[in-house]
Design a protein around this ligand. Structure first.
Ligand SMILES: [Zn+2]
Length: 485
């Protein structure tokens, strides 16, 4: 926030919708694949035709319980599905099945990293609900007057995760969302893909003078579907509210939409906003009863969670906080790291290579670690070649680039290109004598007290050896030669 605004603070709460990784929908056997032809994954149940009965998908319940356990919530023995009534073109049955008064789970916590520090954020509730369809307007001129509706998403299983208003800045909101995404991925509950709509976020935000206890009037920003959107949308809205208060005006309670192109929050048309949901218990579904045995069974199957894994990385490998956060940010990356360490036995060197070179290549390919052409085995071999002195650090970088380009192993590259480090002292001395002879002026400068000239002479020797000379030996022998009378 700007300096002029520092007397105010923001109070932020998030509601996140995450699509559960099930084969079929929440109440029928229709598929949930993204990108299928419009209206190809629909049936009378998910369209809510008269006389059909929803049947609850057990897998979705199991996935929701995984999250509930990982977030230390209290799981209700009996939760109730409710009809949330509203009329909208992409909701053919005019109600959405959700949970309301008695949700699946309540009162949990989530840890997020903000500026390298752990921050705990409270979770109000986690509940199951179905998604609605999607309407869109085609861009072709002649079709402009029509609205098209794709109902493939009707009935897709979601969990809604609602935080307490514990978040104090757009940056914190961003970090929280990132931690949650990471947790969902580790749990194999949601793929976390915001572009495909499998993770979406609504934000409540109000501002107040620092030190005040009463909450300001809040507005709600709907349907944010990118990490940038969360941070920018909240920053925009916080500034807007502060400006209003400074001018002595009041903040109106309203629902806004974040426009990622214009980078502004715009009020939703009041007609869209005027919801009176008239919730009532879903008469076609029994209360959801969850037994203690079921919860224990699911608890036993939980993987090591990101926070536990991060702490173990620090303890077991002696890694700094920063490395541990980064390496456990994605489960497959953490697996890759551990595979490299188990083979090369050098935890910090492995971490350095992965955090810089490996992640650079992965980001150039705009993929994840699975798209990396360098296997964990190849990287550990490279580290071993470096450690036993076969190649120098500089050559290792060259070999790495070659590995990335060709997918070949480091040993065959080193052999093919003759990349073996020169550690023969006599050969290095020959390079040095040659350099000294050709640079007598520089030598005189060095002897006259210009210490920078030493670096130059090292550089020339490395160049003459085509980067193959062992740099430590070059330094030592060069000093010897220069100190000779
Ligand atoms: Zn269906």
């Amino acid at each position: 926030m700007k300096n002029s605004s520092s007397e105010y603070e923001a109070i932020i709460g998030l509601e996140i919708h995450a699509q559960l990784l099930t084969q079929s929908k929440l109440f029928c056997s229709c598929g949930t694949n993204f990108g299928e032809p419009p209206n190809s994954q629909v049936c009378p149940i998910c369209l809510g035709h008269p006389g059909v009965l929803p049947v609850l998908n057990e897998k979705a319940v199991e996935l929701a319980i995984r999250v509930a356990l990982a977030a230390s919530t209290t799981i209700r023995k009996e939760s109730i599905f409710a009809r949330k009534n509203y009329f909208y073109p992409d909701l053919p049955k005019s109600y959405q099945i959700s949970q309301y008064e008695k949700p699946l789970a309540e009162n949990g916590i989530l840890e997020a990293e903000v500026d390298g520090e752990a921050r705990t954020i409270g979770l109000k509730r986690i509940h199951l609900e179905e998604d609605a369809g999607k309407s869109f307007h085609p861009e072709k001129d002649e079709d402009e007057q029509f609205t098209f509706v794709d109902l493939n998403r009707c009935g897709v299983p979601l969990i809604e995760i609602v935080t307490e208003p514990d978040i104090r800045s757009p940056k914190e909101a961003h970090s929280y969302l990132l931690s949650l995404k990471q947790l969902l991925e580790f749990l194999e509950v949601c793929d976390g893909n915001m572009e495909k709509g499998s993770l979406r976020c609504d934000a409540n935000v109000s501002v107040r003078l620092k030190g005040e206890r009463e909450m300001g009037t809040k507005s709600e920003i709907k349907n944010i579907n990118s990490f940038k959107g969360v941070e920018k949308g909240l920053s925009f809205e916080i500034e807007r509210q502060i400006e209003l208060l400074k001018r002595g005006e009041r903040v109106k309670q309203e629902t806004l939409l974040w426009d990622p192109v214009k980078e502004v929050c715009l009020p939703m048309r009041s007609k869209e906003e005027a919801h009176d949901y008239r919730y009532f218990p879903e008469p076609d579904l029994l209360p959801l009863v969850i037994s203690g045995e079921m919860v224990e069974e699911i608890r036993k199957g939980l993987p090591e969670l990101p926070n536990e894994r991060r702490k173990r990385f620090i303890r077991q490998y002696g890694l700094p906080q920063h490395d541990a956060w980064l390496l456990t940010s994605v489960r497959s990356l953490a697996d890759y790291y551990e595979a490299v360490v188990s083979e090369c036995g050098d935890a910090k060197t492995a971490s350095n290579w992965i955090m810089t070179e490996v992640l650079r290549i992965v980001s150039e390919k705009a993929g994840d670690i699975s798209s990396c052409p360098i296997s964990s085995h190849s990287l550990s071999e490279l580290i071993l070649l470096l450690k036993d002195g076969t190649i120098s650090g500089k050559i290792a970088k060259t070999v790495f680039e070659e590995m990335a380009k060709t997918g070949k192993g480091p040993r065959s590259i080193v052999e093919e290109k003759g990349f073996v480090q020169v550690t023969d002292e006599e050969q290095i001395r020959e390079f040095i004598l040659c350099v000294l002879k050709e640079n007598q002026e520089i030598v005189t400068e060095y002897l006259g007290g210009k210490s920078k000239s030493f670096t130059f002479l090292v550089g020339q020797t490395m160049k003459l050896s085509k980067g193959m000379a062992n740099p430590e030996l070059v330094n030592r022998i060069l000093r010897e030669e220069l100190s000779k009378p």
